[in-house]
Design a binder for this molecule. Structure first.
Ligand SMILES: Nc1ncnc2c1ncn2[C@@H]1O[C@H](COP(=O)(O)OP(=O)(O)OP(=O)(O)O)[C@@H](O)[C@H]1O
Ligand SMILES: [Mg+2]
Length: 483
């Protein structure tokens, strides 16, 4: 049992997810998760309103390896190894108590890592079992999993408050569970699940933003893996970040950034197992940047995909590599299109473009617009304005026109100059703000700055994103006159 503490690669989120799997399996509509600091420990309670367990089922459930992984499972079953309840719980706590109730009564069972000689498991019935709960159960059937002595979760011995590190773990678990179970949380397949952590219900976090008008769904495909067993593959091109608000962009990019989260999203019975990997079929890079591909697996293919005990990893079956690589190749072209700006006639925009087209005496030249506020700022701020202005002339003189032309002729789709990284875009906005504050008279108002930014490239083209970045993200660091 002590060894079971190191099975899988559980963090708090993965451990909770394994228990939520069990609750879904037990037909629960609600899962309540609660962290209580008590006596230099934190007690975690994961309670559901599922069907509950009778005494004998509970005894079986507490056994290590309670099911044979080779057994064929019901097609909607989220389990595989007969370990989750034990390995997930003990990965975080030294004592696991499970209380379960239904028509037949209420029972509790407990494993204590420090008192496990001769495989001795404590059992409690009726009032003794009820004692473990904080109050009488509110539902007629259900199960509460209780973790105590959470040595992997909490520095036991510290003040019994929810310390910062634990709060961080809880907040990470919150965002992970919103993603892992987003299809259950949104009621897909007619089954509505609610997960409440510290009293707050999780909102589904859909990595494809299917409801967003700018998301493109591409043709899906059903691929046979072996006789009678199929997987479902469906690519989506998610919107370019300029079409998203900061909140939407954060939701899509998560903590790791938009780009890193592209790739395959593999679901097993609608529960997310892996995300943001291309299985080395394509490098993480610009071409496939906005593409996310949903793969739905049935649990009958667990062996082929080598699902791990903590359900947080799987391997792409060799037989599937070739087919998936072809699929990715086909739609990556399309994703590039989302990044490319529509053709603009530089001379017809009345905004501040970065480049100007200058046709004079039969000669066409592309010149950097020295009136662009950021360029103007660079020139004004330069220690040696002469060198900077010569450097700009050098850039203009050496634009690699031939190379660009060759690339455009060979495959125009592959030339992508627009900023695709939101972080880079944000720092440009910062620079623009600096320029504006320097050039403005007195302290400007927010609306004056917005009107200004809207006129200049590249914000003018990506205004929806730029505006929300300014108002939601950057504004915190600046004070405007009207605030
Ligand atoms: N919340 C719950 N409500 C009802 N029954 C439960 C609950 N949690 C666990 N069980 C029972 O306990 C059994 C063992 O659960 P456990 O998570 O250890 O293994 P599993 O779900 O069968 O497989 P896996 O290791 O893949 O999770 C389950 O098969 C189920 O019968
Ligand atoms: Mg399980």
């Amino acid at each position: 049992m002590t060894t079971a503490r190191s099975f899988g690669n559980y963090d708090l989120a993965a451990a909770l997810a394994d228990l939520v799997d069990n609750s879904i399996q037990a037909n629960a509509r609600n899962v309540w998760v609660k962290f209580d600091p008590v006596d230099n420990d934190v007690i975690v309670r994961i309670c559901d309103d599922g069907r509950g367990m009778s005494k004998n089922v509970l005894i079986d459930a507490m056994k290590p390896a309670s099911r044979n992984p080779k057994e064929r499972r019901d097609s909607l079953d989220l389990g595989r190894f007969g370990w989750g309840l034990k390995s997930a719980s003990l990965s975080q706590a030294r004592v696991l108590t499970v209380v379960s109730w239904n028509d037949a009564g209420i029972n509790a069972a407990r494993w204590d890592i420090d008192n496990i000689d001769d495989w001795y498991m404590d059992m409690f019935h009726d009032a003794d079992a009820l004692d473990f709960l904080e109050s009488e159960p509110l539902t007629s059937t259900g199960t509460e999993v209780i973790w105590t002595y959470c040595d992997r979760l909490y520095d036991i011995g510290l003040d019994a408050t929810l310390d910062e590190r634990l709060n961080e773990k809880i907040s990470h678990a919150r965002s992970q569970l919103s993603l892992i179970f987003h299809r259950y949380l949104s009621g897909e397949g007619g089954r509505q699940l609610s997960i409440h952590i510290q009293g707050i219900s999780l909102a589904p976090s859909d990595p494809f933003m299917i409801a967003h008008p700018a998301t493109q769904s591409l043709d899906g495909e059903r691929i046979q893996i072996k006789e009678g067993e199929y997987i479902q593959v469906k690519p989506y091109v998610i919107p370019h970040f300029s079409k998203l608000t900061v909140h939407e962009q954060m939701a899509l990019g998560g903590e790791e950034g938009l780009v890193r989260n592209q790739g395959f999203y593999v679901y097993r019975n609608m529960r997310l197992i892996i995300h943001g990997t291309w299985f080395r079929l394509v490098p993480h890079g610009e071409l496939s940047q906005l593409t996310r591909v949903r793969i739905d697996l049935p649990n009958s293919l667990d062996d082929e995909w080598k699902i791990t005990l903590d359900k947080s990893d799987a391997q792409l079956p060799v037989t599937l590599r070739k087919r998936l690589r072809e699929i990715v190749k086909n739609f990556s072209k399309r994703s590039v299109g989302v990044h490319r700006r529509k053709g603009v006639d530089l001379n017809t925009i009345d905004k501040s473009p970065v480049w100007k087209r200058n046709a004079h005496n039969g000669r066409i030249r592309y010149l950097i617009n020295r009136d662009h506020p950021i360029i103007r700022e660079i020139l004004a701020d330069a220690g040696n304005p002469f060198v900077v202005s010569e450097a700009i002339r050098l850039l203009e003189a050496c634009v690699p026109i031939d190379v660009i032309q060759n690339d455009l002729v060979a495959n125009s789709e592959t030339v992508v100059q627009a900023i695709t990284d939101p972080g880079e875009f944000d720092s440009l906005i910062h620079a623009c703000m600096l320029a504006y504050l320097r050039q403005a008279d007195g302290k400007p108002t927010l609306s004056q700055f917005l009107a200004f930014a809207k006129q200049i490239e590249p914000f003018s083209e990506q205004w929806r994103y730029a505006e929300s970045t300014i108002t939601d993200k950057i504004l915190k660091d600046w004070s405007f006159n009207d605030e």
